[in-house]
Design a protein around this ligand. Sequence first.
Ligand SMILES: Cc1cc2nc3c(=O)[nH]c(=O)nc-3n(C[C@H](O)[C@H](O)[C@H](O)COP(=O)(O)O)c2cc1C
Length: 258
Amino acid sequence: MAYVLAVLASGRRRGFTAGLLAEAAEGAASVPGVEVEVVQLTRYRFDACTSCFHCIRDDAHRCSLRDDMGRRGEGALFQKVLRANGLILGDPVHGWGPSARAHVFFERLYPFTWSGELAGMPFASISCASNQGMHRLANQEICKWAFTKALRRVGGLPVHVAYYEEARAQARQLGEPKCATYPQQERGRGPEAPPPRRRRRYAGPPPASSPPASTPSAPPGVVNRRHQESSTWPSGVHVIAASYRPGATRRGTTVTMN
Ligand SMILES: Cc1cc2nc3c(=O)[nH]c(=O)nc-3n(C[C@H](O)[C@H](O)[C@H](O)COP(=O)(O)O)c2cc1C
């Protein structure tokens, strides 16, 4: 049975966004072999990423924060994402863009950037506005986030509630035919999805022999500690160094592994 996770980012359980997401969920559930669960983000406890980079260093790429998107992969909401074969997001437009709650949710999917476990998973989003609009802009922004997780975006529905009735039918369709592909996927990830290119470590500063001229001297120990770490990295990990010391010149950010 394919499992589709429908995520409601609105705080209003019976609001417009919830209504559209319910339609999409019903559409998905009408496909044989598909089971849908609707979850509201307000029911879960999670906060913004603290940039500890544990999920990068950890071989299993899990988050160490003690909340529902963390607990080293045991967080209740993280577990649902992990299990999902498809993801649908229902998001209200806040401040001419996606809601903060949706943003934090996506931010906390960062471990998947490194594990590649979401690569190819079908993803659809609904952005619902009721005032000044900007629902298209909001939906585009969510599309960008999905790209960073290598999700396979199968549809987006920007809606203004002035057109709510039409949008309900469109939301249902958004769930329906797209979700028909879910059972065909092994764990929802398309067979055409490229194998994840695993990037394993964030880098230390540039080599001590060539410090950037403008870099202020680092507090003793900081550079050395990072260099020491870098010397223990397994072979095959190529580091293009980046420095995170305040005021330091940024030399590059990418770390790749063969
Ligand atoms: C903080 C906040 C910011 C909002 N910003 C916008 C906006 O920029 N454009 C807009 O059309 N509606 C805006 N709205 C209205 C929401 O988009 C509206 O609540 C939503 O579309 C309806 O979904 P809901 O019933 O789930 O709340 C805002 C609402 C809140 C609470």
